[in-house]
Ligand binder design. Structure first.
Ligand code: B1M
Length: 211
C-alpha cells in the first residue's frame, strides 16, 4: 500500500496501475487498496498542496495516477449483489474542475445497478436539469470541492423547482466543503461524506420515490 501511495504521489500512473493489479492478484480487498493506497497518497498530495510545497502540475499528475488506479478497482468495488433500477446524472458543478470524488461516486452508483450519465466537470445547473428531463433521471448527483463553487448546488435545486421536476428527482450532494447542514439549507435531499454511502443512499432514495 505504501508503494502505491508513493508512486501516486510521484504521478507514476503506469506503475500505480500495475501495483494495483498486483495487489488485486494477491487478494487484497479493493476497499483497502482504495483507502490505504490510493486515497492515502491523495491525502499527502492534498496536504503538500495546501502548504504550497507542491503546485498544480504535480497535483494533476497525481490525480491522473489516482484515476488510472481506481479504474483497475472499478469491477471489484462495484461488484455488489444488489441491482437498482434507475438512471442518475452526475457532474461536478459549474466552475469546478475536480473530478476524482465524482468519478468514485459514479463507479459506486454503477455498482448498485444505476445507469449513470456522466456530465463531467464545470456543469451548469441547466445541464443537470435538461439531462434529468431528457433521460428521465431519478437521481441528480452533484459534487463540489471548492467553497467558491458549492453555491452552484443551490442553483441545481432551484432549477429543478423551476422546471417542475423537483418531486421526481432526488438531489444528492457531496464533496469536501459540503455538509449535511448545507444540504438541508439549500433544500437538496441527501448528503454523504463518501462515495460508497452516496450510492447506498441513492438506492434508498429511489425506493422512496417509487413509493
Ligand atoms: Co484543488 N483544491 N484546486 N485541484 N485540490 C482542493 C480542493 C483544496 C482543498 C486544496 C487546498 O488548498 N488545501 C483547495 C480548495 C479550498 C477551498 O475551496 N476550500 C483547492 C484549490 C484552491 C484549487 C485551485 C483554486 C488551485 C489554483 O488553481 N490556485 C484550483 C481550482 C480549479 C477549479 O476547479 N476551477 C484547483 C485545481 C486542482 C487540480 C486541477 C490541480 C486537481 C484536480 C484534478 C482532478 O480532479 N482531476 C486538484 C486536486 C487534486 C485537489 C486536492 C489535492 C485533492 C482532491 C481530491 O481529488 N481528493 C484537494 C485537496 C484535498 O482535498 N485535500 C484540492 C480525493 C477525492 C477522492 O476526494 O473529491 O473530496 P473528494 O471526494 C470524496 C468525498 O468528498 C466524497 O466522496 C469521496 C470519498 O469517497 N464526495 C462525494 C465527493 N463528491 C461527492 C458527491 C456525492 C457524495 C460524496 O454525492 C453526489
Amino acid at each position: 500500500m505504501e508503494e502505491i501511495s508513493g508512486m501516486l504521489q510521484k504521478g507514476r500512473a503506469k506503475q500505480v496501475k500495475e501495483l494495483v493489479e498486483q495487489a488485486i492478484a494477491e487478494g487484497i480487498p479493493a476497499e483497502d487498496i482504495l483507502n490505504k493506497g490510493l486515497l492515502a497518497g491523495m491525502d499527502v498530495i492534498g496536504e503538500k498542496f495546501s502548504k504550497n510545497e507542491i503546485y498544480v502540475p504535480e497535483v494533476l499528475v497525481a490525480a491522473r495516477a489516482m484515476n488510472w488506479g481506481s479504474e483497475v478497482l472499478k469491477p471489484y468495488l462495484a461488484d455488489s449483489g444488489f441491482k437498482a433500477k434507475g438512471t442518475a446524472c452526475i457532474g461536478t458543478v459549474k466552475g469546478d474542475l475536480h473530478d476524482i470524488g465524482k468519478n468514485l461516486v459514479k463507479m459506486m452508483l454503477e455498482g448498485k445497478g444505476f445507469e449513470v450519465i456522466d456530465l463531467g466537470t464545470d456543469v451548469p445547473a441547466e445541464t443537470f436539469i435538461s439531462t434529468a428531463i431528457e433521460r428521465n433521471c431519478s437521481v441528480i448527483a452533484c459534487s463540489a470541492l471548492l467553497t467558491t463553487t458549492m453555491g452552484a448546488m443551490k442553483d441545481v435545486v432551484e432549477a429543478a423547482k423551476s422546471a417542475g421536476i423537483r418531486d421526481k428527482v432526488k438531489i444528492l450532494v457531496g464533496g469536501a466543503p459540503v455538509s449535511r447542514e448545507y444540504c438541508e439549507a439549500i433544500g437538496a435531499d441527501i448528503y454523504t461524506s463518501d462515495a460508497a454511502s452516496a450510492a447506498n443512499e441513492a438506492v434508498k432514495a429511489i425506493m422512496s420515490l417509487a413509493g
